[in-house]
Design a protein around this ligand. Sequence first.
Ligand code: PLP
Length: 444
Amino acid sequence: SAALTADAQRAYDLDREHVFHSWSAQGSLDPMVVTKAEGSYLWDGAGNRLLDFTSQLVYTNLGHQHPRIVAAIQEQAATLATIAPGYANGTRSEAARLIASHTPGDLDRIFFTNGGADANEHAIRMARLHTGKHKVLSTYRSYHGGTQLAVNVTGDPRRWPSDNGSTGTVHFFGPFLYRSAFSATTEEEECQRALAHLEQVITLEGASTIAALILESIPGTAGIMMPPAGYLARVRELCDRHDIVLIADEVMAGFGRAGRWFAIEHGDVVPDLLTFAKGVNSGYVPLGGVAISERIYRTFAARAYPGGLTYSGHPLACAAAVATIETMEDEGIVEQADVLGRDVLGPALRDLAARHPWIGEVRGTGAFWAIELVRDQETREPLAPYGGSSPEMAAIIAGCTRRGLIPFANFNRIHVVPPLTITAEEAKEGLAILDQALAEAHGA
Ligand code: PLP
């Protein structure tokens, strides 16, 4: 590394003077300046090239500066940069058609939002109005967004400061064999016990009070826990039996990340509402939305839906979505992500686990992987406490960055979530750096 350029130094200084950052104590921040990005790489303010194993916040699914997405935004800006949501517009209509063509079942009506949190807020509002009920069930170890209701259905420590008990949210345990809440020892046992637990939560909370159950088809930030076979289908049955709207949050796992257009396809289940954001347009312009089933759509056919946003279906964001989805179709990106997981990331991470005493478990699919780091294979004591960090985790992260890799870290986990377009060579380069950083931190 070298000193920042003069422009980068100015960006840094003005940031520290004026930019208020998410989720952070402002006084202790030291943000990396990024001046340029391309494909799977970005460049810091000193001119160092770094491999991006994070896809930023798991959204640049087609990598940085994809020429088709950039051109689509430029063309849309030159044609019609913006138009209010009440008008019909060709780009917005086409984005909705393309999204609906890939969502499962009859989820064919698209309400556009600015991102994932507001998509979940609106999905829950729809569920409450549709059922006339209020409570929302969601899992511990989940993330659904930063707005008041979305952060309260969230099951991670970011909920705690905003939880005043007034949002009608109730948490339950999803299946997670490695840290089983049910003392299960097999996937089948974990699945059965998690379902029995959920059924009991529904009984004790009262099915007549529960509007919706929201879950990530594969929980992302909380640790990429693959649901056991049959779990999602049984959740679907429970929701049907109790008139509970099933909301699949596909904000992180959707649009190819999990080697399918939507992660819920792994469970062969059709939810009532499906929320998306991030990968829908590789995050080049803020966009999220709710895909709505026919049944719920009909609730709002004659009765007004009481919700909206100034930028719902913004043409620049929709142009980026059209270009992203068409590129994914033309270039077989979803299949590419599936193969990347099966042939490259999965085998390499399992090999890493066989050699590193800290790796307790490797989980994932597609371009969506987590390694769970523990001090002790027997006790499974996390390498950093829940909700916190540790000197060991900091050493791994620093070791990666110093060698030219940006890792995604959360508590005691490193996630491997590169762009779906990463080449096998680039992926191997990043995994070799992770290998070295783990060995160095463990030896230190
Ligand atoms: N849902 C999931 C599963 C997410 O991973 C995220 C963001 O990480 C969100 C919702 C919130 O999305 P946004 O930050 O666009 O509001």
